[in-house]
Design a protein. Structure first.
Length: 626
């Protein structure tokens, strides 16, 4: 498998769909994979995901899959269909539809028009700026062995040596390898306390060291990755760790079991998954700040109680670790390192980070948390193949072609909400005070929406509002103001007008003013209050199952950051191995426990624009709006 590449194409998701595409069926045999099935029918996994959205979460024996008998997937436009409606029917980003169908954006939809829903995504790889040297292939060597020996990945070797994948290795052949800053991969096993080291003496062997220090060979290899190149006299080896006085796991509040581990400020923690195929590397760049927080010191109790940022970090890590555990049976050949970024809101020392760790073979980095620090890391790695994933920030930041924003920003959330409303083809009236959204925003970007500007604490005139309402259509009232006085008065007015008109209340974000004790929840329910959300707060079986699993693992319910850590990590790892070869790893959609991911290119950056549209039920729970 060649190196993971990221292009500027748009990601599409997968939900129930009804494409007007000729298909046949295939019954999944025991052990079959989506990749194998795609190759068998000369199609791609992305097309299979379009036709079989449930396959994104995996396939099972005897499952029936739709297989296209034509090259692509098409949709014939029906009366009253909208761009937004089609995009949601197939969970394809609107910009993706425009990209696949030239002229659609300029000319709009036409009944009977055939739309292309799938397209080829190929990427030209470029390692021209990567410094390299050569090695001579010796008898018995393999691609994987050479990659490990030279602290790189199989995918990088294939990239640097065109024809290697097709022709294989030959004894005496000279192949290119990247120049690495460090010869040894900075990984250690979960450990506790201070390292015990020895200097290798003449005639010592790995077997004799294992026996002398009562450790396993597996432990010794994990603590000393350089041993893969053989035991060398005079080198220093870690042979164990001194016992410490770590706090029992059960005594650490609001955190996760650390398996008595200490996060080294100079080394990452090895969470390697079982091997299968080419090796890839993922780094979780998390702000543990171990210099400040001594996890084996009783003061950690107070630190955790007082430090919100530390709690967030530990929760995110707990979710990420659970995702890794759940993916182990996939047998992905993946090396995972947990690295302390020592990040603060103000800064991240990227130079020191690069000195402490060798990122030459890193395919994907998840982190840091703050967007300006994500930008700093992207800038530092802009000349290598590494993809940098921003896991938590909703800031736009600077657009980098290999930086992926997993959190939709406020503009995207707003746009998705309005596109949803426009798809209803009903009456839309926006009431705004110009603070959250520019006063001219609606007139400039959505001329079909009637806007009504109000001043702070101004009461919306019932007479003026009545004259704007429709007797034949549903009236969506988009409320975008912050004054409690204006809010309470408006709700009273809308309740009165509901006797004559069909009215539904909508906001462009979850407005805090509507959570005031002066606002009755029953009034919001009566108005079918609808709002956009980055996370799915509605109850569902998948979320319930995750909560139970997390509670079993950690003895508490997961926080929003724990779920986020799980969703982002699970999604990224799956993409690293389940994407088409030589294609954008973000070229299909997914939905995890509480977050879904559908990416678009915007101004040279890659952004998730997947948003949930939620609505209150009569029993005070939430549901996804239809």
């Amino acid at each position: 498998m060649k190196r993971i590449l990221l292009t500027l194409s748009v990601l599409f998701g997968a939900t129930t769909l009804y494409a007007q595409t000729a298909t046949t069926t295939h019954t999944v045999a025991k052990g079959e994979t989506v990749t194998q099935i795609a190759k068998k029918y000369n199609t791609t996994k992305n097309v299979l995901f379009l036709l079989n959205p449930e396959a994104v979460d995996g396939i099972s024996e005897n499952q029936i899959l739709k297989i296209p008998t034509t090259a692509g997937v098409q949709h014939t436009v029906q009366p009253k269909e909208t761009i937004y409606g089609i995009s949601k029917q197939y969970n394809i980003a609107i910009e993706k539809l425009y990209d696949l169908n030239p002229g659609l954006k300029e000319n709009g939809l036409k009944i009977g028009q055939s739309l292309n829903l799938s397209g080829a995504h190929s990427n030209a790889s470029s390692l021209k700026n990567v410094a390299s040297t050569t090695v001579i292939v010796e008898k018995g060597e393999t691609i994987y062995g050479i990659a490990v020996k030279n602290n790189t990945t199989v995918s990088v070797l294939y990239e640097l040596n065109p024809g290697l994948l097709e022709n294989g290795l030959k004894v005496g052949q000279a192949i290119n390898i990247p120049v690495s800053q460090n010869a040894v991969l900075n990984t250690v096993n979960y450990t506790s306390g201070n390292a015990k080291t020895i200097v290798v003496q003449p005639k010592q062997t790995i077997y004799s060291i294992v026996k002398s220090y009562n450790v396993s060979q597996e432990q010794l290899m994990k603590w000393n990755p350089e041993l893969i190149n053989g035991l060398k006299q005079g080198t220093t080896l870690i042979v164990g760790y001194e016992a410490d006085n770590s706090i029992p796991n059960s005594k650490i509040p609001n955190t996760v079991p650390f398996e008595n581990s200490v996060f080294s400020t100079k080394k990452g923690i090895d969470l390697t998954l079982p091997n299968d195929g080419s090796t890839k590397e993922l780094v979780l760049l998390l702000p543990f700040n171990t210099v400040k927080h001594h996890f084996n010191n009783p003061s950690i109790h107070q630190n955790i109680k007082e430090d919100v940022f530390l709690n967030m970090t530990l929760d995110f890590y707990s979710g990420a670790k659970l995702a890794i555990e759940h993916l182990k049976d996939k047998n992905y050949n993946l090396n995972i390192r947990i690295v302390d970024s020592k990040e603060t809101k103000r800064a991240l020392d990227v130079s020191t980070l690069k000195d402490d760790f060798d990122f030459a073979a890193t395919d994907v980095i998840i982190g840091p948390f703050f967007q300006k620090n994500v930008d700093a890391v992207s800038e530092a790695f802009k000349n290598q193949h590494t993809i940098v994933v921003s896991p938590l920030s909703t800031d736009k930041g600077k657009p980098y072609p290999r930086q992926v924003h997993t959190m939709p920003n406020s503009d995207m959330v707003k746009k998705e909400m309005l596109e949803y409303l426009l798809s209803k083809q009903e009456r839309i009236i926006a009431i705004t005070d110009g603070k959250n959204t520019n006063a001219n925003y609606f007139a400039t970007n959505y001329p079909t929406i009637t806007s009504l500007n109000v001043l702070t604490d101004e009461k919306v005139s019932p007479t003026i509002l009545r004259n704007l309402l429709s007797n034949e259509q549903t009236n969506y009232i988009v409320y975008d103001a912050n004054s409690l006085t204006t809010t309470v008065e408006l709700l009273n007015t809308l309740k009165t007008l509901q006797k004559e008109f069909i009215i539904q209340l909508v906001t462009l974000e979850k407005l805090e003013v509507l959570d005031s004790s002066d606002v009755a929840i029953n009034d919001l329910i009566a108005l079918k209050y609808t709002f956009p959300s980055i996370t799915n707060d509605a109850e569902n079986s998948k979320k319930s199952k995750f909560v139970n699993t997390y509670r079993t693992a950690y003895g508490k319910n997961p926080s929003r950051f724990a779920v986020r850590g799980y969703d982002v990590t699970y999604d990224v790892i799956t993409r690293m191995f389940e994407s088409e070869e030589d294609s954008n790893i973000f070229d299909y959609g997914s939905q995890q426990v509480e977050n879904k991911f559908a990416y678009v290119n915007e101004n040279g950056g890659v952004y998730n624009n997947a948003v949930y549209i939620l609505q209150y039920n009569e029993d005070l729970t939430l549901k996804e709006a239809q």
